[in-house]
Design a protein around this ligand. Structure first.
Ligand code: ZN
Ligand code: FE
Length: 240
C-alpha cells in the first residue's frame, strides 16, 4: 500500500511524498524544493529515505541536495542524465526494476521532454509517476526530443491498465483542456471533463492525479493518430 501526499510548490509544481507503512519508507518524487517537503514529512512523523527523479530539470531536482543533507536519503534517477543530476546515488534506465520497500516499480524510458526522461510504474499499486511526459489532457514540451519519441511514449503509457493513477508534476490541466477543446471540438468526454475541471479550479482544487482511462478518452496527444498529428498539435499548443 502506498500513501501519496501532494505538495504544491513554486507556481504550479506538484512534488509527491510517498509513504509505505510496512517498510516505513518514505520517498519523494521530483522535489523542486526542500523545505515544504521536509515539513510535510515531519508533520506526519515520516523520515525521507529516498528521492526518485524523472528528469534533470531544476523544478524536479532542486531540492535533492538539501533533502539529502537533512535526511541522508538515497537519490535515484535516469542514467542518461546522471551528468546533469550530480546528486544521484543510483542510476536506472528503461526496463529496470526498482524496489521501494517490498513494492516493485518498473522504469519506463520516455525521452522527448528531456533526452533521458524516465517514468516509474508500480504495477501492483496501479500508480505511475510520469514527471513532465504525460499531463492531464496534455504532454510535455519537446525540449530535447522529437514528436516521434513523444508518440512512442504515448503508446507505452496508454498500454498501462486503465485504472492506473497518473501522478504528473504540474497543475497544467485547465490550460491543457482549453487547448484540447480546440483540437477535438466534438469530443463529448473532453467537454464533460473540462466542465468539471473549470469547477474544480474555481474552488481551488487540484486536478491530478489523473488516470490512464481518462487520458485515453480526453488527451489530444495520447489520442493523436499519427506522429504528424501529434507534431501539429504540439506546435499548436506551444503557440496557444
Ligand atoms: Zn521538466
Ligand atoms: Fe517541470
Amino acid at each position: 500500500m502506498l500513501e501519496i501526499v501532494r505538495i504544491a510548490v513554486l507556481s504550479d509544481n506538484y512534488v509527491w511524498l510517498v509513504h509505505e507503512p510496512d517498510s516505513n519508507g518514505t520517498m519523494v518524487v521530483d522535489p523542486a524544493v526542500a523545505e515544504p517537503v521536509l515539513a510535510a514529512a515531519a508533520e506526519r512523523g515520516w523520515t525521507i529515505t529516498e528521492i526518485w527523479n524523472t528528469h534533470w530539470h531544476p523544478d524536479h531536482t532542486g531540492g535533492n541536495a538539501a533533502i539529502k543533507a537533512a535526511t541522508g536519503c538515497t537519490i535515484t534517477g535516469p542514467e542518461a542524465e546522471s551528468a546533469r543530476i550530480p546528486t544521484l546515488d543510483r542510476t536506472v534506465k528503461g526496463g529496470d526494476r526498482v524496489m521501494f520497500g517490498d513494492l516493485e516499480a518498473r522504469v519506463i524510458d520516455v525521452p522527448a521532454h528531456t533526452a533521458g526522461h524516465i517514468a516509474f510504474h508500480f504495477a501492483g499499486e496501479e500508480v505511475a509517476f510520469v514527471g513532465d511526459t504525460l499531463f492531464a489532457m496534455g504532454c510535455g514540451r519537446l525540449f530535447e526530443g522529437t514528436p516521434a519519441q513523444m508518440y512512442d511514449n504515448m503508446r507505452k503509457l496508454e498500454a498501462l491498465p486503465d485504472a492506473t493513477k497518473v501522478y504528473c508534476a504540474h497543475e497544467y490541466t485547465q490550460a491543457n483542456g482549453r487547448f484540447a477543446l480546440t483540437a477535438e471540438p466534438d469530443n463529448a468526454a473532453l467537454a464533460e471533463r473540462m466542465r468539471e475541471v473549470e469547477a474544480m479550479r474555481e474552488r481551488g482544487e487540484a486536478t491530478v492525479p489523473t488516470t490512464i482511462a481518462l487520458e485515453k478518452a480526453t488527451n489530444p496527444f495520447m489520442r493523436a493518430d499519427s506522429v504528424e498529428q501529434l507534431a501539429e498539435r504540439r506546435a499548436a499548443k506551444d503557440a496557444f
